[in-house]
Design a protein around this ligand. Structure first.
Ligand code: PLP
Length: 418
């Protein structure tokens, strides 16, 4: 009997013993206990299975009904755009499924270079390096460019991937209080590091609030520091023409290093990048480990990025639409008596306070066909539970109004508003 079918037949009668059965059962016990504890405190994350494409209206497993989706980072509504899908299919056929290689061995096609150039053009930068994700871009940058002589100053609420990236580097690590310029200045003043790098999210995704970039740049100039910004929740749609937080705060071109994602507004497939000075990008191609040791982006994914960049370079209509939808939602909700945190960003946290209330509220919204998610501790601070609503350019005004109406009905029922 061939080896595989012998194993399969033994497994069928329960006779296969893994050589490390004892170790494996110990692992199952340890993890099982921790999983039970996670479930007990109510923070176990289950996946809702979507049976349609990502869109403002989706279907989910177990239901035929379309539900209105306010949870995705699909800010420009491009995740299922037919023109983008068709172009991506063309590149799949012409360039194949993938490259089976990292970039510098035999994984760079002309389309990778084209996408890097278009992203640099979009941001007005000298060059760009692509990664498989922005998580990788953040994991790869600090360790590559900073030495023990250097220091990195990081907002305490930065995204997990920035925190992990900084952990990997040997520079002195200094955390400053969230958006607290006095704390940042005090730390910059007392630093004698060779290179000083300030690292911040452009937009903080739990609160929808914005880094005070213009004032951070002033401090950077005063103390000869570099500025790094993660623009995952800004690129393509935030600021007058979607150039991100530096456009919103009127400091276009003044950030030294921008990292961002292709996995949210820019078509929602996957991929990340660093864009900035030519020497930095060239250096990252020599030293950045997620770039050197991970497979190149597949052609179909590159196709999504290329088509989205063409669209955004020729028109800012979509970013204007997400902005007007955001304004419509925030105005109506505030008028109804809800507290919406953050600034005028499509991340609209509806503040509720109590964790159980937030989860009950989200469940009741779903029964009205509106998909929103409640966030509670430890994702947000204790007592600051909320429902995070994310607005897209693809939502119609009627869909926004339906969501507001459902919020009002549920809010009244739960005595959150009068
Ligand atoms: N940075 C921020 C602020 C994010 O919100 C995310 C995604 O959640 C990432 C980085 C990681 O991006 P990607 O999904 O491309 O790895």
């Amino acid at each position: 009997m061939p080896a595989l079918s012998k194993i399969l037949s033994l497994r069928a009668v329960g006779q296969v013993r893994h050589y490390s059965a004892a170790a494996q059962s110990q692992l199952r016990d340890i993890l099982g206990q921790q999983l039970s504890a996670i479930k007990e405190v109510g923070t176990f994350k289950a996946e809702r299975i979507i049976t349609s494409s990502q869109s403002t209206q989706i279907t989910v497993q177990g239901s035929e009904k379309r539900i209105l989706n306010f949870c995705a980072n699909n800010y420009l509504g491009l995740a299922n755009n037919p023109e983008i899908v068709a172009y991506s299919q063309q590149l799949l056929e012409r360039y194949g499924a993938g490259l089976s290689s990292v970039r510098f061995i035999c994984g760079t096609q002309d389309i990778h270079k084209q996408l890097e150039q278009k992203i640099a053009q979009f941001h007005g930068r000298e060059d760009t390096i692509l990664y498989a994700s922005c998580f990788d871009a953040n994991a790869g940058i600090f360790e590559a460019i900073l030495t023990p002589e250097d220091a990195v100053f990081s907002d305490e609420l930065n995204h997990a991937s920035i925190i992990d990236g900084i952990r990997l580097c040997k520079a002195k690590k200094q955390r400053y209080k969230h958006r607290d310029l006095a704390d940042l200045e005090q730390q910059l003043r007392s630093s004698d590091a060779r290179l000083k790098l300030i690292a911040t999210d452009g937009v903080f995704s739990m609160d929808g609030n914005i880094a005070p970039l213009a004032r951070i740049i002033e401090l950077a100039k005063k103390y000869n520091a570099l500025v790094f910004v993660d623009e995952c929740h800004a690129t393509g749609f935030f600021g007058a023409t979607g150039r991100g937080t530096e456009e919103y705060d009127q400091v276009m071109g003044e950030v030294d290093i921008i990292n961002s994602t292709l996995g949210k507004a820019l078509g929602g497939a996957s991929g990340g990048y660093t864009t900035g000075p030519a020497e930095l990008i060239s250096f990252l191609r020599q030293k950045s480990r997620p770039y050197l040791f991970s497979n190149t982006l597949p052609p179909a994914v590159v196709g999504v990025g290329l088509k989205v960049m063409d669209m955004l370079l020729s028109s800012s209509e979509l970013s204007q639409r997400v902005q007007s939808n955001t304004q419509r939602f925030r105005d109506a909700m505030t008028k109804a008596g809800f507290t919406i945190a953050g600034e005028n960003h499509p991340i609209c946290p509806v503040m509720l306070g109590d964790a159980r209330l937030a989860s009950n509220f989200a469940d009741q919204m779903l029964t009205r066909g509106i998909y929103v998610i409640g966030f509670s501790y430890p994702v947000v601070p204790q007592g600051k539970a909320r429902i995070r609503v994310q607005i897209s350019a693809a939502h119609t005004e009627e869909e926004i109004d339906r969501a507001v109406q459902a919020f009002i009905e549920v809010g009244r029922g739960l005595k959150v508003i009068k």
